[in-house]
Design a protein around this ligand. Structure first.
Ligand code: ADP
Ligand code: MG
Length: 322
């Protein structure tokens, strides 16, 4: 029922940025190579994500709005070997419960696509439509029917910063995918598909190019790759430290500490190195299900992961004669 939907929605969709994260991850899961994001008023009035992925059939599209209707897990064991981003089948249903949501989607070999229009979980329109291959999801007036939540949203500046953070994380994790971001009709990012180093430069600035030390390490079932910034390039805040585990952005003081430890003696007091590091590990050794927004994880063997991350960072610094 709609109240249950609204309550559950609050867990997944806390603010516009959480909707953007879920939409972007769905586009990645759908195999998109080109993703366009349109934001108006920091997502409060409009958020649209358009992709050229595999699209949905009419039935799939209708199903996608049902809670726990994920196409990504078919048996319980799959929960332990999650490779795709989404795995709860809650995001679209949650967003549809607290907004006016439009889906346009077409599979590659279908002549026509499907248009669905939903208000507060109620399907108002379902009809064939001529559209591009892929999926466009448009969320209007988030929380229009939950005034308490709507009032709780922060200023446009703050909400937009959260959106940009999510956009940057997904863009970093998927350099082989092209992204663009439009903010109140202004293009603020245009990221062609390419290598990770190019993606970093396109996201953060040309001056990053000369500051990156590449990082590679393999040990048993764990591999690490990415870039760390040179010590003199360190910032006064931690804002530019990115860890991804199996392409999923994670927050981990533990992992941050491992990198900081590798820099010992090289950093000025109160400064933080830039890094974008990817850890690949058999999903069997990771629990990603500890938090609904999925940014916190637990490793079976934290000490080993710590040691490998530290070694990788040290090696990168040594290789670049730092
Ligand atoms: P989950 O991603 O956890 O499966 P979601 O609620 O995010 O749950 O999405 C529900 C389903 O809708 C997905 O499993 C997928 O089948 C379909 N879907 C959502 N977004 C897209 C998209 N951009 N392209 C293709 N299919 C999509
Ligand atoms: Mg999803």
């Amino acid at each position: 029922d709609s109240l249950a939907n609204q309550i559950a929605a609050g867990e997944v969709v806390q603010r516009p940025a959480s909707a953007i994260k879920e939409l972007l991850e769905n586009s990645i899961d759908a195999g998109a190579t080109d993703i366009k994001v349109i934001i108006k008023e920091a997502g409060k009035t409009l958020m649209q994500v358009m992709d050229n992925g595999k699209g949905m059939s009419e039935t799939d599209a209708r199903m996608s709005l049902e809670r726990h209707a994920t196409s990504k897990i078919s048996k319980t064991e799959d929960l332990f070997s999650i490779r795709t981003m989404g795995f709860r089948g809650e995001a679209l249903a949650s967003m549809a419960a607290v907004s006016q949501l439009e889906i346009k989607t077409r599979q590659p070999d279908a002549e026509l696509g499907t248009l669905l229009y939903v208000e507060a979980s109620e399907v108002k329109k379902q009809e064939p439509v001529a559209c591009e291959q892929g999926t466009s999801i448009c969320i209007k007036n988030l929380f229009y029917n939950v005034p308490a939540r709507r009032n709780f949203l922060k200023s446009n500046g703050v909400e937009m910063k959260h959106i940009t953070d999510e956009f940057q994380r997904v863009a970093l994790a998927n350099p082989e995918v092209a992204f663009s971001l439009y903010q109140n009709d202004l293009e603020t990012y245009n990221l062609p598909a390419g290598k990770l180093s190019q993606r970093i430069v396109n996201l953060f600035g040309k001056n990053y190019k000369e500051q990156l030390a590449s990082c590679h390490e393999e040990a048993g079932e764990i591999s690490i790759h990415g870039y760390i910034g040179k010590p003199e390039f360190a910032k006064k805040t931690r804002g530019e430290q990115f860890f991804f585990v199996n392409k999923r952005f994670v927050r981990s003081n533990y992992l941050n500490h491992a990198v900081m430890n590798a820099f010992e003696g090289l950093l000025a007091e109160g400064s933080f190195p830039f890094y974008v590091l990817f850890i690949e590990i058999d999903p069997i050794h990771v629990d990603v299900n500890v938090h609904p927004t999925k940014t916190e994880i637990k490793f079976d063997d934290e000490r080993t992961v710590y040691a490998i991350v530290r070694a990788a960072a040290k090696q990168a610094l040594a290789t670049h004669n730092i």
